[in-house]
Ligand binder design. Structure first.
Ligand code: MF3
Ligand code: CO
Length: 252
Protein backbone atom coordinates (compact mmCIF):
# COMPACT_ATOMS: atom_id res chain seq x y z
CA UNK A 1 0.00 0.00 0.00
CA UNK A 2 1.29 3.44 -0.91
CA UNK A 3 0.92 5.79 2.08
CA UNK A 4 -0.11 9.21 0.74
CA UNK A 5 1.16 12.25 2.64
CA UNK A 6 -0.62 15.51 3.44
CA UNK A 7 1.15 18.73 2.49
CA UNK A 8 2.14 19.28 6.14
CA UNK A 9 3.79 15.85 6.11
CA UNK A 10 5.59 16.58 2.85
CA UNK A 11 6.90 19.74 4.53
CA UNK A 12 8.31 17.57 7.35
CA UNK A 13 10.09 15.31 4.85
CA UNK A 14 11.45 18.43 3.20
CA UNK A 15 12.93 19.54 6.54
CA UNK A 16 14.77 16.22 6.76
CA UNK A 17 15.72 16.61 3.11
CA UNK A 18 17.27 20.00 3.71
CA UNK A 19 19.60 18.42 6.27
CA UNK A 20 20.42 15.61 3.83
CA UNK A 21 21.35 18.12 1.11
CA UNK A 22 23.48 20.16 3.50
CA UNK A 23 25.33 17.05 4.67
CA UNK A 24 26.02 15.95 1.09
CA UNK A 25 27.37 19.39 0.18
CA UNK A 26 29.51 19.56 3.31
CA UNK A 27 30.98 16.12 2.65
CA UNK A 28 31.76 16.97 -0.96
CA UNK A 29 33.47 20.22 0.08
CA UNK A 30 35.56 18.35 2.67
CA UNK A 31 37.19 16.00 0.14
CA UNK A 32 40.93 16.54 -0.23
CA UNK A 33 42.32 14.09 -2.83
CA UNK A 34 44.96 11.77 -1.37
CA UNK A 35 43.98 12.66 2.17
CA UNK A 36 40.29 12.43 3.08
CA UNK A 37 38.92 8.96 3.85
CA UNK A 38 35.32 7.89 3.61
CA UNK A 39 35.46 7.28 7.35
CA UNK A 40 36.23 11.00 7.79
CA UNK A 41 33.16 11.83 5.68
CA UNK A 42 31.04 9.43 7.73
CA UNK A 43 32.13 11.13 10.96
CA UNK A 44 31.33 14.54 9.46
CA UNK A 45 27.87 13.37 8.38
CA UNK A 46 27.14 11.89 11.81
CA UNK A 47 28.12 15.12 13.55
CA UNK A 48 26.09 17.38 11.23
CA UNK A 49 23.00 15.16 11.47
CA UNK A 50 23.17 15.11 15.29
CA UNK A 51 23.69 18.89 15.39
CA UNK A 52 20.54 19.29 13.29
CA UNK A 53 18.60 17.23 15.85
CA UNK A 54 18.23 14.19 13.60
CA UNK A 55 19.43 10.60 13.44
CA UNK A 56 21.22 8.92 10.51
CA UNK A 57 18.60 6.73 8.79
CA UNK A 58 21.15 4.10 7.72
CA UNK A 59 23.04 3.53 11.00
CA UNK A 60 22.05 0.06 12.28
CA UNK A 61 19.71 -0.46 9.35
CA UNK A 62 18.48 -4.08 9.46
CA UNK A 63 20.38 -4.36 12.74
CA UNK A 64 23.70 -4.40 10.94
CA UNK A 65 24.64 -1.44 8.76
CA UNK A 66 27.67 0.01 10.60
CA UNK A 67 27.76 3.65 9.42
CA UNK A 68 25.75 6.83 8.81
CA UNK A 69 26.54 6.99 5.10
CA UNK A 70 27.26 4.66 2.23
CA UNK A 71 30.41 5.63 0.32
CA UNK A 72 30.87 3.72 -2.92
CA UNK A 73 34.10 4.34 -4.82
CA UNK A 74 34.65 3.59 -8.56
CA UNK A 75 33.43 0.02 -9.26
CA UNK A 76 31.46 -0.12 -6.01
CA UNK A 77 27.85 0.32 -7.10
CA UNK A 78 26.19 0.96 -3.75
CA UNK A 79 26.32 0.23 0.00
CA UNK A 80 30.08 0.79 0.28
CA UNK A 81 31.02 0.84 3.96
CA UNK A 82 33.21 3.81 4.98
CA UNK A 83 36.87 2.83 5.43
CA UNK A 84 40.37 4.26 6.02
CA UNK A 85 41.53 4.41 2.41
CA UNK A 86 42.12 8.02 1.29
CA UNK A 87 40.13 9.08 -1.77
CA UNK A 88 42.49 9.48 -4.72
CA UNK A 89 42.57 12.04 -7.51
CA UNK A 90 40.56 10.55 -10.39
CA UNK A 91 38.20 8.49 -8.21
CA UNK A 92 34.45 8.90 -8.29
CA UNK A 93 32.62 8.50 -4.98
CA UNK A 94 28.90 7.95 -4.47
CA UNK A 95 27.89 9.46 -1.12
CA UNK A 96 24.47 8.28 0.04
CA UNK A 97 22.85 9.64 3.20
CA UNK A 98 19.49 9.45 4.95
CA UNK A 99 18.24 11.64 7.79
CA UNK A 100 15.44 10.85 10.27
CA UNK A 101 14.16 14.08 11.81
CA UNK A 102 10.98 14.56 13.88
CA UNK A 103 9.65 11.19 12.71
CA UNK A 104 10.31 11.57 8.97
CA UNK A 105 13.04 10.24 6.68
CA UNK A 106 14.67 11.77 3.59
CA UNK A 107 17.35 10.08 1.49
CA UNK A 108 19.64 11.33 -1.28
CA UNK A 109 22.85 10.32 -3.02
CA UNK A 110 25.27 12.06 -5.31
CA UNK A 111 28.38 10.82 -7.11
CA UNK A 112 31.24 13.29 -6.86
CA UNK A 113 34.50 13.53 -8.80
CA UNK A 114 37.65 13.45 -6.67
CA UNK A 115 39.90 16.11 -8.19
CA UNK A 116 40.08 15.82 -11.96
CA UNK A 117 38.60 12.65 -13.47
CA UNK A 118 38.68 10.95 -16.87
CA UNK A 119 36.33 12.00 -19.64
CA UNK A 120 34.70 8.57 -19.48
CA UNK A 121 34.00 8.96 -15.77
CA UNK A 122 32.61 12.46 -16.28
CA UNK A 123 30.31 11.23 -19.03
CA UNK A 124 28.99 8.48 -16.75
CA UNK A 125 28.26 11.05 -14.02
CA UNK A 126 26.53 13.38 -16.47
CA UNK A 127 24.32 10.66 -17.95
CA UNK A 128 23.39 9.12 -14.59
CA UNK A 129 22.49 12.50 -13.09
CA UNK A 130 20.44 13.44 -16.15
CA UNK A 131 18.64 10.06 -16.02
CA UNK A 132 17.48 10.94 -12.49
CA UNK A 133 15.98 14.19 -13.79
CA UNK A 134 14.41 12.38 -16.76
CA UNK A 135 12.75 10.07 -14.22
CA UNK A 136 11.65 12.91 -11.96
CA UNK A 137 10.01 14.66 -14.94
CA UNK A 138 7.71 11.63 -15.31
CA UNK A 139 6.67 11.66 -11.65
CA UNK A 140 3.28 13.28 -12.21
CA UNK A 141 -0.25 12.65 -10.98
CA UNK A 142 -1.87 10.07 -13.27
CA UNK A 143 1.41 8.55 -14.45
CA UNK A 144 2.59 5.10 -13.40
CA UNK A 145 5.84 3.96 -11.82
CA UNK A 146 6.75 2.28 -15.12
CA UNK A 147 6.79 5.69 -16.82
CA UNK A 148 9.60 6.76 -14.46
CA UNK A 149 11.41 3.43 -14.79
CA UNK A 150 11.38 3.34 -18.56
CA UNK A 151 12.47 6.98 -18.88
CA UNK A 152 15.54 6.27 -16.72
CA UNK A 153 16.34 3.03 -18.53
CA UNK A 154 15.95 4.43 -22.05
CA UNK A 155 18.12 7.43 -21.34
CA UNK A 156 20.94 5.34 -19.82
CA UNK A 157 20.86 2.55 -22.37
CA UNK A 158 20.82 5.04 -25.26
CA UNK A 159 24.28 6.05 -23.99
CA UNK A 160 25.42 2.41 -23.90
CA UNK A 161 25.33 2.02 -20.14
CA UNK A 162 24.03 -0.85 -17.98
CA UNK A 163 21.18 -0.17 -15.56
CA UNK A 164 21.40 -2.11 -12.29
CA UNK A 165 18.42 -4.40 -11.69
CA UNK A 166 18.99 -5.73 -8.17
CA UNK A 167 18.30 -2.48 -6.33
CA UNK A 168 15.45 -0.05 -6.82
CA UNK A 169 14.09 3.26 -5.62
CA UNK A 170 11.36 3.27 -3.00
CA UNK A 171 8.56 5.12 -1.26
CA UNK A 172 9.69 7.01 1.85
CA UNK A 173 8.07 8.69 4.85
CA UNK A 174 7.86 7.50 8.44
CA UNK A 175 9.87 4.51 7.14
CA UNK A 176 13.04 4.67 5.05
CA UNK A 177 11.62 2.12 2.65
CA UNK A 178 7.91 2.09 1.79
CA UNK A 179 5.89 1.14 -1.24
CA UNK A 180 6.11 1.56 -4.14
CA UNK A 181 9.31 0.01 -5.47
CA UNK A 182 10.74 2.24 -8.18
CA UNK A 183 12.88 0.16 -10.55
CA UNK A 184 15.24 1.87 -12.98
CA UNK A 185 14.01 -0.37 -15.79
CA UNK A 186 10.50 -1.17 -16.97
CA UNK A 187 7.68 -0.36 -19.32
CA UNK A 188 5.66 2.83 -19.72
CA UNK A 189 2.05 2.56 -18.52
CA UNK A 190 2.84 -0.31 -16.13
CA UNK A 191 3.05 -0.44 -12.35
CA UNK A 192 1.32 1.50 -9.57
CA UNK A 193 -0.61 4.67 -10.38
CA UNK A 194 0.93 7.86 -9.00
CA UNK A 195 -1.31 10.09 -6.92
CA UNK A 196 -0.80 13.47 -5.27
CA UNK A 197 0.88 12.88 -1.91
CA UNK A 198 3.14 10.03 -3.07
CA UNK A 199 6.67 10.54 -1.71
CA UNK A 200 9.46 8.46 -3.19
CA UNK A 201 13.16 8.12 -3.83
CA UNK A 202 14.25 7.78 -7.43
CA UNK A 203 17.79 6.42 -7.54
CA UNK A 204 19.37 5.23 -10.78
CA UNK A 205 22.48 3.06 -10.34
CA UNK A 206 24.24 3.01 -13.69
CA UNK A 207 27.28 1.05 -14.83
CA UNK A 208 29.77 1.97 -17.53
CA UNK A 209 29.69 -1.66 -18.75
CA UNK A 210 27.59 -4.66 -17.80
CA UNK A 211 24.56 -4.14 -15.58
CA UNK A 212 25.62 -7.24 -13.62
CA UNK A 213 26.80 -6.84 -10.04
CA UNK A 214 27.78 -8.99 -7.05
CA UNK A 215 27.85 -8.60 -3.28
CA UNK A 216 31.11 -8.87 -1.30
CA UNK A 217 31.44 -11.18 1.73
CA UNK A 218 30.75 -8.20 4.04
CA UNK A 219 27.11 -8.68 2.85
CA UNK A 220 26.75 -4.98 1.96
CA UNK A 221 29.26 -3.79 -0.63
CA UNK A 222 28.04 -4.31 -4.20
CA UNK A 223 30.48 -4.14 -7.11
CA UNK A 224 30.22 -4.30 -10.89
CA UNK A 225 31.02 -7.76 -12.28
CA UNK A 226 33.38 -6.32 -14.91
CA UNK A 227 35.23 -3.93 -12.58
CA UNK A 228 34.14 -0.88 -14.59
CA UNK A 229 32.79 2.30 -12.97
CA UNK A 230 29.31 2.78 -11.51
CA UNK A 231 27.44 5.96 -10.55
CA UNK A 232 24.36 6.65 -8.41
CA UNK A 233 22.20 9.74 -7.99
CA UNK A 234 19.12 9.91 -5.76
CA UNK A 235 16.55 12.48 -4.70
CA UNK A 236 13.52 12.22 -2.44
CA UNK A 237 10.56 13.76 -4.27
CA UNK A 238 6.88 14.42 -3.68
CA UNK A 239 4.21 14.13 -6.34
CA UNK A 240 1.91 17.14 -6.07
CA UNK A 241 -0.97 18.44 -8.15
CA UNK A 242 1.45 21.02 -9.57
CA UNK A 243 4.09 18.42 -10.52
CA UNK A 244 7.11 16.74 -8.93
CA UNK A 245 8.82 18.55 -6.07
CA UNK A 246 12.39 17.70 -5.05
CA UNK A 247 12.56 17.49 -1.24
CA UNK A 248 16.30 16.86 -0.79
CA UNK A 249 17.49 20.37 -1.57
CA UNK A 250 18.89 23.29 0.40
CA UNK A 251 16.92 25.81 -1.65
CA UNK A 252 13.62 27.52 -0.62
N1 MF3 B 1 19.78 4.92 -0.69
C1 MF3 B 1 19.86 3.54 -0.31
C2 MF3 B 1 18.48 2.99 -0.14
O1 MF3 B 1 17.57 3.75 -0.10
C3 MF3 B 1 20.71 3.38 0.88
C4 MF3 B 1 20.34 2.40 1.90
S1 MF3 B 1 21.67 2.14 2.92
C5 MF3 B 1 21.16 1.16 4.14
O2 MF3 B 1 18.24 1.81 -0.11
F1 MF3 B 1 22.13 0.99 4.93
F2 MF3 B 1 20.20 1.74 4.78
F3 MF3 B 1 20.76 0.01 3.61
CO1 CO C 1 17.21 5.31 -1.20
Amino acid sequence: MIILKKSSEIAQIKKSGRVVARVLRSMSEAIVPGKTTTRDLDALAFRLIEEAGGKPSFLNYRGSYPASICASVNDVVIHGIPNDIPLQEGDIVDLDVGVFLDGWHADSAWTYPVGSISENAQRLLNVTRESLYQGIAKAKVGSRVGDISSAVQKYCESHGYGVVRELVGHGIGRNLHEEPSVPNFGKPGKGPLLKAGTTMCIEPMVNEGTHRIHTLPDQWTMKTDDGKLSAHFEHTIAITSSGPEILTTEED
